[in-house]
Design a protein around this ligand. Structure first.
Ligand SMILES: [Zn+2]
Length: 482
């Protein structure tokens, strides 16, 4: 008889945090779970072994294999691994940290993976651990039939979301001037000269619009849709000086941009201004103000300058009605801040609870290398993006990148638009399922719920979810890379 390889749990009273970690690992592993009541000899069981109290392990141990043991029809998982996964994927150290940088952000140095050293944050270590769990389930299944859910719709093997933060709409000469000062400070005089030439050549017309339009045209050419995060507040001299709000979303140009984004089927989300992290009531107000303009409620939010309080802001985002946040990433380096190249439920450390909000961490941002590492060649940024995209592909995960549409020659970035086109082409070439982040989050929420409900006499498996994009795959196919 054919058999299903579901996972059941034996004799392990886990606490909420361990449960969060276990659910996440099983979800990321893509193994098909069952909700049939009684395990039988054809099922693979997952047993949690050892005690949580015995000596804790460092996050570097996530790279090791000693936490998983394979038996006949069962996989043994060391319980201590769950605490590490909870702490890394839940961002626990950063929630407990009181440190802030000059932009009100938690510095990267507070991150558990960065602290460990060895560039651990450059690999999605939690996602990779879940892949090894999947391989262990397949080995434990032996001749039993082990089944997996294809990670992305219609059997696609990995996914990518292209996202844009709309920071610059009005007062463009001020942004060019700031960038020229930055280039001068860095001794990038040739680049500065090219910026001046490009700015003069525009004749001052449509400078911001052209940047937006070029991004839209690039994505149209590759048949992909993206996610745009829009600042929604009222600028003052103080907000402009702080680098916070510089445009009203109701202005003529902002409306033109919003209209063009919506017309092409891109997603519109909120780019939370500085005020939202200090006065959380602003989230609902800004979300409503954006809905009035975009005629759709934003599912997603990302904080301007990545400014938030890790311990409290996500709960406020959930309260305001958002389904996901995409702020978890580094401003000053590219990498996986939560160790996950995928969508992950938000963990609240203070309340020991999973929030009704998903995190869609980004692993790459256009200016991370430029602003903080002194690397000004746009092609070098894209090289790094493609390295990380390949790591997301290797764990059948999701790449999320941030590209600012104001990266144009006249606004200070010669060569940037062509570099973005190379990124989009590269990701499409690597076979990603490219979709707006909100759609990827919705898919992952549904996939997380999928369970086998029965096996017919002919081996046919019934599921509790009926989405036609769900594809079940055998182990050999699920574990093959690429
Ligand atoms: Zn921003």
């Amino acid at each position: 008889m054919l058999a299903l390889a579901p996972l059941a749990l034996h004799d392990a009273p886990l606490d909420t945090g361990e449960r969060f970690a276990l659910d996440l690992l099983l979800d990321l592993s893509c193994v098909l779970r069952t909700n049939m009541p009684r395990p039988d000899a054809d099922d693979v069981q997952l047993r949690i072994v050892g005690s949580a109290a015995s000596d804790a392990l460092g996050v570097g141990a996530l790279r090791g294999d000693e936490w998983l043991l394979v038996g006949d029809g069962e996989v043994l998982l060391d319980r201590r691994a769950l605490a590490v996964v909870r702490d890394v994927a839940g961002g626990v150290a950063e929630q407990r940290s009181g440190a802030v940088d000059r932009f009100g952000r938690i510095p990267a140095s507070e991150n558990a993976l960065v602290r460990e050293g060895g560039d651990l944050e450059r690999d999605p270590v939690v996602s990779a651990f879940a892949r090894r769990l999947a391989a262990a389930v397949a080995r434990a299944a032996g001749r039993r039939r082990a089944l997996f859910i294809a990670p992305w719709p219609d059997g696609r093997r990995w996914a990518a979301a292209l996202t844009h933060d709309l920071d610059v709409v009005e007062w463009w000469p001020a942004f060019t001037a700031l960038r020229l000062a930055e280039l001068a400070r860095k001794g990038e005089l040739r680049r500065a000269l090219a910026v001046v030439r490009a700015a003069i050549a525009t004749g001052g017309r449509d400078v911001v619009w052209r940047g937006v339009d070029e991004v839209l045209r690039t994505e149209r050419a590759h048949g992909v849709r993206s996610s745009w995060f829009i600042l929604t507040g009222t600028p003052t001299l103080a907000t402009a000086r702080a680098g916070d709000l510089t445009y009203r979303p109701e202005g003529a140009l902002a409306r033109r941009i919003l209209g063009a984004i919506a017309d092409e089927g891109h997603e519109i989300g909120l780019h939370g201004s500085f005020a939202t992290s200090d006065d959380p009531a602003q989230f609902a107000l800004q979300r409503a103000r954006l809905a009035a303009l975009a005629s759709t409620e934003a599912a997603g939010v990302r904080q301007h300058y990545l400014r938030l309080h890790a311990a409290t802001t996500p709960a406020e985002m959930a309260r305001a009605g958002f389904a996901y946040d995409s702020t978890a990433g580094f401003p000053d380096r590219n990498g996986f801040r939560l160790g996950v190249a995928d969508v992950v439920p938000c963990w609240n450390a203070a309340h020991d609870a999973v929030l009704p909000l998903d995190e869609a961490p980004f692993c790459w941002m256009d200016r991370a290398l430029s602003k903080y590492r002194g690397i000004e060649a746009p092609d070098a940024w894209i090289d790094d993006a493609l390295v990380l995209a390949d790591r997301c592909r290797a764990v059948q995960g999701m790449f999320v990148g941030i590209w600012h549409p104001n990266l144009t020659p006249a606004l200070g970035f010669p060569g940037a638009p062509a570099a973005y086109a190379r990124l989009v082409a590269g990701i499409v070439e690597l076979g990603a399922h490219v979709a707006p982040l909100g759609e990827l989050v919705a898919w992952r929420r549904m996939r997380r719920r999928v369970r086998a409900t029965s096996v017919g006499p002919d081996g046919r498996i019934s599921l509790n979810e009926t989405d036609p994009a769900i594809v079940l795959v055998p182990a050999a196919e699920a574990l093959a890379n690429g």
